[in-house]
Design a protein around this ligand. Structure first.
Ligand code: BES
Ligand code: ZN
Ligand code: ZN
Length: 488
């Protein structure tokens, strides 16, 4: 059950837990309902580190939960996310948690955005994938009351944060579902449900239409599988839209590598290979609640990648929707093949910008580790807008070079291009250069999320397994998108 969020001027009587922010120097914000003694905190090894908590029993039987928020000058939205998460996680068996965390934000902070971050942190941190657990333990917290004197925009921020957290939870669920359950056809059902809920339009390419419309990359990857592929488009089209953004997601519901098969170890987490598609579908679930004046086209290219007697073979040549031919030399470099078709379709609808998300290369997490996504772009303005959205959303990413000098690595002897570069050399860059072949001159950002999409361990409000990485950045980007007045 999602947590409900409300605001109150006074500390509510029925909240068994009151979380108050404590800075690294042991002080609390002015006007705090409780003062805490510095020596007392120090004696209990509490240094006010972000997310650190210390429960204290008050005279009236309620628990005062001291929540560390770090140095007073450094409280930003992600500190509030982490602190709100810590408050809810350490609320014991309480159903209602009151918190004064907004008081920790600096005086010039946007309180609506800060409230949004608090709701995100509180909700995201209670996520658990329990569908297949007989003895699922859930968080007891049902209601969070933000104690504040600020007005309506704070409640609107809480509502936004709650809608975004629900969308992130949807993405996590889609990723965490077993690959036998979350097939391309199941992805279509989910997308249809999201569309019905949010008043979006749906367009789906089934296997026949994929063949008829020349989506040769998607058809090639799907050839080895008994499950039919789906290319799913969702459209959000508000009146008075100022510009159009296309979102494109890699939706390999299981990546075995195909005939260029992975090791057993290598495919253990490969149900996560549809995390890009999950992020764009889930973002579309939250976008109506944010109501941006931007048209949004979301494409999810979904198929399994399996070996069989019908599978594409190393050496095969595929023809992509935009007419380019690709020599497939490694069937495990399949993401770029399905994205090539989806990007081509997106370009046909003349968007002002395209953002794709894909668990594209293992090389990306070699370069940037498991927490940070790589950003590649042919357009500085869109790259900056995506980077700024990611910063606000608290999703780390780093811009990588789309280095033209490596383009010759994907020249092919027999076709227009081949689907792999030189072994062990800038594999994430050559993958991005491959995608660039299909975006024409449309401003485009490619996010390689192979690192942050799926976690081996939990970290604060990020759970083990599917993280829903990208959903928050996409929603923020769409909400704040400015169409450039002039193209590059
Ligand atoms: N889905 C994988 C990339 C991946 C690896 C994502 C690990 C998340 C964690 C992708 O389809 C793939 O297999 N890429 C190959 C490309 C290579 C054959 C050029 C890779 O990274 O090894
Ligand atoms: Zn692969
Ligand atoms: Zn893959």
């Amino acid at each position: 059950m999602p947590i409900t969020f409300s605001t109150s001027r006074d500390v509510p009587d029925d909240a068994p837990v009151l979380a108050i922010p404590v800075f690294a120097d042991g002080t609390v914000p002015a006007g705090s309902p409780a003062e805490l003694d510095n020596d007392f905190l120090a004696a209990r090894d509490f240094q006010g580190k972000v997310g650190q908590t210390l429960p204290l029993l008050a005279d009236d039987g309620t628990t005062i939960l001291a929540v560390g928020v770090g140095a007073a000058g450094e409280v930003d939205d992600d500190v509030l996310r982490r602190a709100a998460h810590a408050a809810v996680r350490n609320a014991g068996k309480a159903n209602v948690v009151a918190m004064t965390l907004l008081d920790a934000a600096p005086g010039d902070a946007d309180r609506g955005r800060a409230a949004q971050a608090i709701a995100e942190g509180a909700s995201l941190g209670t996520y658990k994938f329990t569908t297949y657990k007989s003895d699922a333990k859930r968080s007891s917290v049902e209601r969070v009351v933000l104690v504040t004197r600020a007005g309506n925009h704070v409640q609107r921020g809480l509502d936004r944060g709650s809608a975004i957290a629900s969308a992130v939870a949807l993405a996590r669920d889609l990723i965490n579902e077993p690959p036998g359950a979350m097939t391309p056809r199941r992805m279509e059902e989910v997308a249809r449900a999201v569309a019905a809920e949010g008043g979006l339009t749906v367009d789906v390419w089934d296997e026949e239409r994929i063949a008829a419309d020349g989506l040769g990359g998607l058809a090639g990857v799907a050839a080895g599988s008994d499950e039919p592929a789906r290319l799913i488009q969702l459209t959000y089209d508000p009146p008075g839209a100022r510009g159009t953004l296309a979102l494109v997601g890699k939706g390999i519901t299981f990546d075995s590598g195909g005939l260029s098969i992975k090791t057993g170890e290598g495919m253990m987490t490969m149900k996560c290979d549809m995390s890009g598609a999950a992020a764009v579908i889930a973002a579309m679930a939250a976008i109506p609640a944010v109501a941006p004046k931007v048209r949004v086209l979301a494409f999810a290219a979904c198929t399994e990648n399996l070996p069989s007697g019908k599978a594409m073979k190393p050496g095969d040549v595929l023809k992509i929707r935009n007419g380019k031919t690709v020599e497939v030399l490694n069937t495990d470099a399949e993401g770029r093949l399905v994205l090539a078709d989806a990007l081509s379709l997106a370009v046909e609808q003349s968007p002002d910008g395209i953002v794709d998300l894909a668990t594209l290369t293992g090389a990306m997490s070699v370069a940037l580790g498991r927490d940070i996504a790589g950003l590649f772009s042919n357009d500085d303005d869109l790259a900056d807008q995506v980077g700024a959205a990611a910063e606000r959303a608290g999703e780390p990413m780093w811009r990588m070079p789309l280095a033209k000098r490596y383009r010759k690595q994907i020249d092919s002897e027999v076709a227009d291009i081949k689907n792999i570069g030189a072994a062990g050399q800038a594999g994430s860059i050559t993958a991005a250069l491959f995608l660039e072949e299909f975006v024409g001159d449309v401003p485009w950002v490619h996010l390689d999320i192979a690192g942050p999409a799926f976690r081996a361990d939990e970290d604060g409000y990020l759970p083990k397994g599917g993280t829903g990485y990208g959903v928050r950045t996409l929603v923020d980007l769409v909400a704040n998108y400015r169409k450039p007045s002039r193209r590059r």
